[in-house]
Design a protein around this ligand. Sequence first.
Ligand code: FES
Length: 103
Amino acid sequence: MTWITACSVDDIDPEDVLRFDHGGRTYAIYRDLKGEFFATDGLCSHEQVHLCDGLVMGDQIECPKHNGRFNYKTGAAMRAPVCINLKTWPTRVSDDVVEIEVI
Ligand code: FES
C-alpha cells in the first residue's frame, strides 16, 4: 500500500466529489460537510459510470445513470439498482494536500 497525492483540499467543495485517476484506476474523492475526506472506486458497480458526475447528498453519492446510491464513507450500496458495494480507500490530509492509500 502506498500513499499518493490526490488533490488539494481546496479542489473539492464541501459535499462534493472529484475524479482522480492513478495507475489505470479511477477513484472518487469526497469532502463531507465537516471537511473530512473520503475515497471510493470512481466507477459505479452497476454499469461502470463515473460517480464524479453524480450528486452528493449527505453521506451518499447518487449515480448519474440510474440513480443508485452508495454511502461513500463505507462503500455500502444503499439504493437499487446498485447491489455491489464500492471499495473504499483510506485518506489523510497533510499540508492542505489530500492523499489516498492505494495498492
Ligand atoms: S450505472 Fe450506476 S446505478 Fe446504474
